[in-house]
Ligand binder design. Sequence first.
Ligand code: SAM
Length: 275
Amino acid sequence: MTKHTVEPGTVQETLLIPLYGRAVENRKAEAILRDPRAEEIVAAIDYDFSRFDGLPSLTGSVLRTTLFDRWVRDFLAAHPSGTVVELGAGLNTRHERLGSTQARWFDLDLPDVVALRRQFFTDTARRTTLAASVTDPSWLATVEEDADGPYFFCAEAVLPFLQGPEVRRILRLLAERFPGSLLALDTAGPEIVDAQTEHDALSKVEARMQWSCGNPAELATWLPGTKVHASHTLSSLPDGMYAQLPATYQDMIGRLAEQRLPQVEGYRLSLLRLP
Ligand SMILES: C[S@@+](CC[C@H](N)C(=O)[O-])C[C@H]1O[C@@H](n2cnc3c(N)ncnc32)[C@H](O)[C@@H]1O
């Protein structure tokens, strides 16, 4: 069987890190999440995933995904026919994990990633793949025309790869077009962005983070009226999520909380309500 390829040296290559994280997690007896699709996809891609073996960031990416899953699950419990938009979806399998049939769902990524995504995922009447840069405003019009609110935008591990003014513009466009919607995003502080060539996983690829943000509350100064509903580090996850983790992960998080490592404390996962 001919395997699929991902162009090394591009920002698209970064999608392989969380994909592999979920695949590795799926093989564990005691796991944070299950993702058999990720294992199938990894097996079908021609790439030396072993370079990521054993890296702490793999577990970090799985914890991040699990928190974003929780936020989306809560949103869909309150709004079963609401709309979820994955920005920079990569080969994310959130739709598969959350199993929503009523929700309207969009997975957006750059055209070459979407071409790869289409090898593994099929659009339906309620699930649409969008080939566009998140910075291109045309996709907002498509979502607005095709789907009713309320809206949940999920930007998992994508905005730090953009320039600060681009992130600012995207937030403004989202607030203008979809006022009151929820946005989940991650932010890396300046000390993390400055030291990224030593980052365990990013040092294995060429793509680099461009935008740093030391405090997600800063985003409310960009867009007055923005509310930070929740903001966590990987060492301070919500109690309900922590309680459901296998004991080995609880121990690991306990040790992280004691160590207060700058690369952990400066990386935040936040849920915003746009004005
Ligand atoms: C680290 S991956 C995260 C993928 C996915 N969110 C996940 O958690 O599995 C970053 C993703 O952002 C996408 N990306 C980067 N710049 C983008 C842009 N300007 N527009 C849309 N997607 C972008 C990349 O192609 C890649 O799929």
